[in-house]
Write a protein that binds this ligand. Structure first.
Ligand code: GDP
Length: 478
């Protein structure tokens, strides 16, 4: 049935005048608001209104987002052993204290802030996670929490890219963090910045100096040379990320550390990611809850409240919440107890039931992926030699097709490690090793975490498996 103008106006929730104006703009002729419209005209009007409303909603959502204030970036420092992660953290911590006149006292609360002042207009605060290394970082992430916005990958300029540098890059990428590189120990006579650039190129990372977009900052954690530039680059990177958090929201964040102190009891370091946490608040973290009795910041000062992108040590949990657990504000003790009890029961129920969702081998993993939208196979490749590594990488590149991409999380020489298993587990990926056998402890861990781990000695078997993976992806399951 044809629709009259006033009927359509009512249907669209607008006045007759509004609709008549739209019709005028569309060049539609009519006598009055009682006139009927052609079906196509009515459909066109509806479509137009739908589009306008969507655009308005998007505009409103964008305005709402813009109304939320910026927050400081959270940065983790990673890299190969002895490349200077601890030294850089020490330098940053010290320079921060030196600025404070009262200074001197620091409290380890899991993260600390560095205020960056600069002549070029880039000023702000950067929050550094106070533990170097990617193991801690990945075990936090494994529980599903995103902690770091930016990863600074430290590479000693007298050494270049090393195995753990590659791991750190893989972990940071898998976590969705932005990468910034610090070529450290630039004060040493044998420091070779060009080698760092070339090593990175070999990893598929093109430094700005070579026309790419990877920031590589020469620094010395010993003398402090270049550290200011590094801080400013972190701020610029953060600005592009447009990080925001609402201080008026209910407090949400991540437990970054926890320990028992003989005198004080359970101490937990919390990174607030959104909202404001106050003394007296109730929070739940996994199956544990607490009433915040006291908060201490990284300068050792007592705090009554703390906002987004700040870390505090809190007193008030009765049991240790594990690092990496998300915490959230709850209104009172009743809610806190109810939620944690529910979670405990849920865990017990799922522990009693057979695990159905955990992939056990590649075939299981593929079956799981087929059900999802994932068209990318995340793979960690470990080989005995650089030669076999390159050869297999070429094969993988050849075997993938438009529908299925093989995403190498990490390709490196050496046996698969426990940290590889963590990486694969968080990225829902698999591990292939060629010519190197994983240690028993690594195999066991892979089994526990349900990470497919396969070792090959014959290249054709590996190729065969890869083909199965790629083909398996395309075969529809009914
Ligand atoms: P991490 O294992 O990555 O935490 O490395 P460390 O911070 O412990 O540093 C390893 C060694 O390198 C230590 O002996 C540091 O004193 C030294 N080191 C770190 N940074 C620099 C630097 O910028 N210049 C020089 N000359 N030595 C450094």
């Amino acid at each position: 049935a044809k629709v009259r103008i006033y009927q359509l106006a009512k249907e669209l929730g607008m006045t007759n005048e509004e609709l008549l104006e739209i019709l005028d703009n569309m060049g539609v002729e009519y006598k009055s608001h009682a006139s009927t419209l052609e079906d196509e005209t009515a459909a066109a009007v509806k479509e137009l209104i739908g589009e306008q409303r969507l655009a308005e909603e998007a505009k409103k959502a964008e305005e709402a987002r813009k109304a939320i204030p910026h927050r400081a970036p959270v940065v983790v420092i990673m890299g190969h052993v002895d490349h200077g992660k601890t030294s850089l953290l020490d330098y940053l911590r010290k320079s921060r204290i030196a600025e404070k006149e009262a200074g001197g006292i620091t409290q380890h609360v899991g993260a600390f802030e560095v205020k960056v002042a600069s002549s070029s207009g880039t000023a702000g605060t950067v929050v550094f996670i106070d533990t170097p290394g990617h193991e801690a970082f990945t075990s936090i992430r494994e529980r599903g929490a995103k902690v770091a916005d930016i990863a600074v990958i430290v590479i000693a300029a007298d050494d270049g890219v090393m195995p753990q540098t590659r791991e750190a890059i893989a972990h940071a990428k898998a976590a969705g963090a932005k990468l910034i590189f610090a070529a450290n120990k630039i004060d040493l006579p044998q420091a070779n910045l060009d080698k760092v650039y070339q090593d990175l190129m070999r990893e598929g990372i093109v430094p700005v100096a070579y026309g790419g977009d990877a920031e590589v900052l020469p620094i010395s954690a010993k003398t402090g040379q270049g550290v200011q530039d590094l801080l400013e680059t972190i701020l610029i990177t953060a600005e592009l990320e447009d990080l925001r958090a609402d201080p008026n929201a209910e407090a949400v964040g991540v437990v970054i550390e926890s320990r028992v102190d003989k005198q004080a009891g359970v101490l937990a370091s919390l990174l607030v990611q959104q909202g404001t946490l106050r003394v007296g608040d109730y929070v739940v973290a996994g199956e544990h809850w607490g009433k915040i009795r006291a908060m201490t910041d990284s300068e050792g000062a007592r705090r009554n409240q703390t906002g987004p992108s700040t870390a505090v040590q809190v007193l008030g949990f009765s049991e240790l919440p594990s690092a990496g657990t998300t915490f959230e504000w709850v209104p009172d003790q009743v809610a806190a107890k109810e939620i944690t009890e529910e979670r405990r029961l849920e865990r017990e129920a799922s522990a009693a039931a057979p695990e159905v969702n955990r992939p056990r081998n590649i075939a299981d993993l593929l079956r799981q992926m087929q059900g999802s939208e994932q068209k990318e196979i995340n793979l960690i490749l470990r080989t005995d030699t650089q030669g076999s590594l390159e050869a297999i990488q070429q094969i993988l590149a050849r075997e993938q097709n438009e529908e299925v991409r093989i995403n190498l999380l990490l390709a490196a020489v050496g046996a698969p490690s426990e940290s590889d298993v963590l990486l694969a587990s968080t990225a829902n990926g698999a591990i292939f090793s060629f010519g190197v056998a994983p240690a028993g402890s690594v195999k066991k861990m892979a089994e526990q975490k349900g990470v497919p781990l396969q070792s090959f000695r014959i290249i054709y078997e590996l190729i065969d498996e890869v083909r199965k993976m790629v083909r398996g992806q395309r075969e529809p399951v009914y």
